[in-house]
Design a protein around this ligand. Structure first.
Ligand code: PLP
Length: 374
C-alpha cells in the first residue's frame, strides 16, 4: 500500500465548515467524479477534439450557446479579456498579451475591485475603474467608455453587488457601444441554474470555478457564453496562446463534465433541505451550553443558496475570532467563518463538509467552547 500522501508529507487534514475556500484545496470529490477521472487517465486522447466535444456537451446540457473548460475562473476571465481585445486571428492570438492595439481597456466598477481582477492584466487588458466604492451611477460607467474600451467586467456575488450597478444596467450600457460584458461568477453555484442565468441576462462570457459549488476537480473551471467563448477558445490550451500555460488535464475535463452533470441532475430543494437539517442538528448538539445561542442563516456569504448555522457567544465567554482560532488550532483543525460586522459569532457551513465529518465538527466545537469557558 502506498501511504496516504498527507501522511507521507506530514500534513494534517482540515475540516472545512466555512465555505468553498480555494486555499483549502477543492472539496471531497463524488466517487462518480473520481471514477470518470480514473477512466480518462487510462489512454491518450486528442485534446483539441476532446475539449471541443466537452464544451459542446456542457453547453447543450447547461442551455447556453458555448462552453469552454479551463483550469480556473481567473483563467476564464483572462481568456475572455484576451478574446475581447484581440479577436481570434492567428497573429492576434500569437501577440497576446502584448496586444497590437490600443483598445485594451476593461471597465471595472470601483465598488467591485478585488484580488481576482488581475485576470484582466493576464489577458493583456488594462483596468479602468468606474464609480465610487460606495456607489455607482450609469453615467459614471458611460463616461469611462471610449475608443480604447474592449469590454466591461462585472462580479456576481452579494459582497460585490453592494454599491455596484446591476448586470442589467451594465449590459444595457455595453450594448449601446457594441461591447461585451464579462462576468466573474466563480462562486455563484448553487443554485445550478446560475450556470445559464447571466448568459440569459446578456453577459457575453461568464466564468465559474469547477472546484467550488460545482464540486468538480479544483483545477478546472467553465467559461460559458456566446461567440466570445469561441474566440476565447482560440487563445486557450492546447493552442499556443496566453492559455498554453493554463493547462487542463484529460482527467480534469472528465471530472468536470461528470460533476456538472451531477449538479444539473440534483434536486436543489432536497439538497437545501438536507443541508438545513445538518445545520439544525449542529445547533441541537450545542443546545444548553452556557453562553451559546444558535440560529440559521438562509444563504451563503456570497449569496449562494446554501444555509448556514450562526453560533453567537456571550461576550463573557469570548468572541467569534477567539472561537475560530481555537477550532483552527485543534486536532483535527476545523475552519469556520467569522465576519467583521458580527464579531460575537462564528458561521458554520455544511456545504463543503462531508456529512460523515459532522460529528467531528460538533466535538471540536464543544471542546473549543469548553476551552473558552476555561
Ligand atoms: C474563487 C473566486 C475566483 C477564483 O476562482 P478560481 O477558479 O480559483 O480561479 C475568482 N473570482 C471570484 C469572485 C471568486 O470567488
Amino acid at each position: 500500500m502506498t501511504p496516504h500522501p498527507y501522511e507521507l508529507l506530514g500534513v494534517e487534514r482540515v475540516l472545512n465548515a466555512a465555505d468553498t475556500i480555494t486555499s483549502l484545496g477543492g472539496g471531497p470529490l463524488d466517487p462518480r467524479v473520481l471514477a470518470s477521472m480514473a477512466a480518462a487517465a487510462t489512454a491518450y486522447v486528442d485534446m483539441t477534439d476532446y475539449l471541443a466535444r466537452a464544451g459542446a456537451h456542457l453547453a447543450e446540457r447547461i442551455g447556453v450557446p458555448d462552453a469552454l473548460v479551463t483550469n480556473s475562473a481567473v483563467s476564464g476571465v483572462a481568456l475572455a479579456v484576451a478574446a475581447a481585445i484581440a479577436g481570434d486571428t492567428p497573429a492576434a492570438v500569437d501577440a497576446a498579451p502584448a496586444h497590437r492595439t490600443d483598445r485594451t481597456e476593461v471597465v471595472v466598477l470601483c465598488a467591485q475591485r478585488n484580488p481576482y481582477d488581475r485576470a484582466v492584466g493576464i489577458g493583456g487588458g488594462r483596468i479602468v475603474t468606474a464609480g465610487y466604492s460606495d456607489g455607482t451611477t450609469r453615467w459614471q460607467v458611460e463616461a469611462e467608455i471610449g475608443p480604447r474600451t474592449a469590454a466591461l467586467l462585472w462580479y456576481a456575488g452579494t459582497q460585490f453587488e453592494h454599491y455596484a450597478l446591476g448586470l442589467a444596467d451594465m449590459v444595457a450600457i455595453a450594448e449601446a457601444s457594441g461591447l461585451p460584458v464579462i462576468v466573474d461568477a466563480a462562486a455563484q453555484v448553487p443554485p445550478v441554474t446560475n450556470l445559464r442565468r447571466y448568459v440569459d441576462d446578456g453577459a457575453a462570457a461568464v466564468a465559474f470555478s469547477g472546484g467550488k459549488g460545482l464540486r468538480g476537480p479544483q483545477d478546472t473551471a467553465l467559461l460559458v457564453g456566446g461567440d466570445l467563448v469561441g474566440v476565447a477558445r482560440a487563445h486557450a490550451f492546447p493552442h499556443y496562446g496566453i492559455g498554453r500555460g493554463m493547462k487542463v488535464s484529460k482527467e480534469g475535463v472528465a471530472g468536470l463534465v461528470t460533476a456538472v452533470g451531477l449538479a444539473l441532475d440534483a434536486d436543489d430543494d432536497a439538497d437545501y433541505a438536507a443541508l438545513l437539517a445538518r445545520c439544525l442538528a449542529w445547533g441541537d448538539a450545542l443546545a444548553g451550553l452556557p453562553g451559546v445561542r444558535t440560529s440559521t442563516v438562509p444563504d451563503g456569504v456570497l449569496g449562494q443558496h446554501t444555509p448556514r448555522l450562526r453560533v453567537d457567544l456571550d461576550p463573557g465567554l469570548g468572541d467569534g475570532l477567539q472561537l475560530a482560532a481555537r477550532l483552527r488550532a485543534g486536532r483535527p483543525a476545523v475552519v469556520v467563518r467569522t465576519e467583521e460586522t458580527v464579531p460575537g459569532a462564528v458561521f458554520l457551513n455544511p456545504f463543503p463538509l462531508p456529512p460523515e465529518d459532522d460529528e467531528l465538527v460538533v466535538d471540536a466545537l464543544r471542546t473549543a467552547l469548553a476551552g473558552l469557558a476555561g
